[in-house]
Design a protein around this ligand. Sequence first.
Ligand code: SF4
Length: 231
Amino acid sequence: MLISEIFHSLQGEGELAGMPSVFVRTAGCNLRCTWCDTPYASWSPEGKQMTVAEIVAEVSRHPAHHVVLTGGEPMLAPELPALAAALRAAGKHITIETAATVAPAGIACDLASLSPKLSSSTPPAAQFGAAWSERHESTRWQPAVVAAWLTAYDSQLKFVVACEADVAEIESLLGQLPTPPPRHKVLLMPEGTTRETLAARTPWLTALCRDRGYRFAPRLHIEWFGNRRGT
Ligand code: SF4
């Protein structure tokens, strides 16, 4: 499968923030978020072809117990179930970071980190063409797929928030799920790839999380390392 990068770092987001982890980033995505911060794994996929055995060997060079399968959209890779099974056999804890547009189909996973995309992620036609705008918009939110993940796995539901209108949309989407998760399992992350943008959005979002019962999720890897590859 096409692997954009494999690196050892600290998880910067979510319930496992601070956890030493090996990140395996697949290349390729079925979405085109206008603000995507990993174009090398989505719009312009780059990397090298690796077998499952080669990936497991590279992961095993590092001491971390936790492995994060991320992208791009890792669930697009046909070999991902085999990779997850091999990592489980090796005793690893597996987090899958996905936009939850592809059903899990029984894949080995210890934490499903689900990050459905809001309407503000849809690119204007001028960015990638009208066809991509329509495809992104029709693909980004699939409540039955999100529900399948939530039902089958320990999960965290993460949303990127740029403004208060995003929160109203999140509440509308949660209402479309057959069994919405409790609000403390819903993580709201400020949108931004610089410390300055995150700092500007943090005060009102933390206050909103406190008042409505959501979990605020900082993007600690940007505070620690900046928006750099391999971190
Ligand atoms: S789903 Fe993730 S990788 Fe794909 S375009 Fe959106 S932000 Fe980028």
